[in-house]
Design a protein around this ligand. Structure first.
Ligand code: ATP
Length: 363
């Protein structure tokens, strides 16, 4: 019997609804063509616009929809001019990360032959690595609760055994899945600052303990500053990297830069039971409502969702469609004919999404 999966959809703010519509259309077409699975989409209102209209940024009913769903697809949340009374931004995606313990922030970085990148790529080289950012603790532990007095400000960095062990297990399993699918060099790199901070020496020890359970994979370490340098000088040498929350926050934007911008950077926040799939970019209010937003990061995030659901539920059709969808976007980008403005083209959101659909179903 065809298994149905319920997808919670947060359309979000700014360009959010513009990129969500075509992404859901593509998923609907793919599911309709598959005998392996079907998808049901359930709308979950939340975000800055919702707060402005109703006084509620994340209704309990939307959290319930997220918790009950098989996977969560989220576009972008937040608007610079809509804030809580204390001046902080509205970011239900961070509430979701905490509420559902989504400890592994997965940020794939790929640059295929022909793709625009600020790097001078040596002939024949392509970039294909995954950065895993711990997403529930680290230097974000005291987010919004830091102590500030007239002369001092303090935040706390927390590394726990429990979350680190889950994170590293997830990381090695992901590296093994990549190896099995013919991607990557089976290398797992722990990115830290263990030479300076005891907390990172602890992080590294826990990484080494997990690495010892995976003799078929190559584990090594790198300091975060050197990693930033190597991500620019020889990014093709990385396969899977795992790091603390703040280091990962910074390095994942560097990774998006390598890909030629945020418009191509997908992401997933994954825990033991739930996962949120969301582009790395924000709600881009400067271009909202113009129909020019790049939908590719969102579509690539949806491809990651199909892959994750497929692996979790041992559904080959989903895994195959996740790969097919990712490759369709990569083809459209490599051909360079239908690109949005941020990638140097003139296409609108709908044209770009249609080019992906045409690649999937016509050619
Ligand atoms: P946040 O803090 O919510 O992550 P941000 O302030 O970093 O957001 P974004 O909303 O991501 O900013 O936008 C940064 C710039 O990138 C803006 O100029 C925006 O127009 C552009 N941008 C972001 N996403 C896209 C997209 N999908 N297509 C085209 N341009 C985009």
């Amino acid at each position: 019997m065809t298994k149905n999966f319920e997808i919670a959809v947060f359309q979000g703010d700014g360009i959010g609804p513009e990129i969500t519509g075509p992404t859901v259309d593509i998923l609907t077409r793919m599911a309709a063509a598959s005998s392996a699975y079907s998808l049901t989409f359930v709308d979950a209102p939340a975000g800055a616009q919702h707060y402005a209209e109703t006084g509620e940024s994340f209704p309990a009913a939307s959290m319930e929809v997220a918790k009950k769903s098989d996977a969560i697809l989220l576009s972008a949340m937040g608007l610079p001019n809509v804030r809580y009374a204390d001046g902080t931004e509205i970011s239900p995606q961070i509430d979701l990360r905490k509420a559902l313990t989504l400890f592994a922030g997965v940020r794939p970085v790929t640059v295929k032959a022909g793709q625009r990148t600020p790097l001078n790529m040596p002939e024949g080289k392509e970039i294909d690595f995954v950065l895993i950012r711990e997403s529930t603790e680290g230097l974000f532990y005291t987010q919004g609760k830091g102590e500030v007095t007239e002369n001092e400000a303090r935040e706390t960095l927390l590394i726990t055994r429990d979350i680190s062990e889950k994170l590293f297990k997830f990381t090695f399993e992901l590296a093994r899945a990549r190896k099995a699918s013919g991607r990557g060099s089976a290398r797992v790199t722990c990115v830290d600052k263990a030479n300076v901070f005891r907390a990172f020496a602890f992080f590294r020890d826990l990484f080494d303990a997990e690495a010892a359970k995976h003799p078929d994979l190559n584990a090594d370490h790198a300091y975060v500053d050197a990693t930033a340098l190597w991500m620019v000088q020889k990014p093709w040498e990385f396969d899977v990297m795992v790091t603390e929350n703040m280091f990962g926050d910074i390095l994942s934007d560097l990774g998006a830069g390598l890909m030629g911008g945020l418009g191509l950077a997908p992401s997933a926040d994954i825990g033991l039971d739930h996962a949120v799939f969301q582009p790395c970019h924000g709600s881009a209010p400067d271009i909202a409502g113009q129909g020019v937003a790049n939908p590719f990061a969102m579509i690539l995030s949806a491809a990651m969702m199909l892959d994750w659901l497929g692996i979790k539920h041992e559904n080959r059709g989903l895994v195959a469609d996740g790969k097919r969808l990712r490759e369709a976007v990569e083809d459209v980008v490599a051909q360079g004919r239908v690109l949005t403005r941020d990638l140097g083209g003139t296409a609108g959101t709908q044209d770009a999404a249609k080019a992906v659909l045409d690649t999937l179903f016509v050619s």
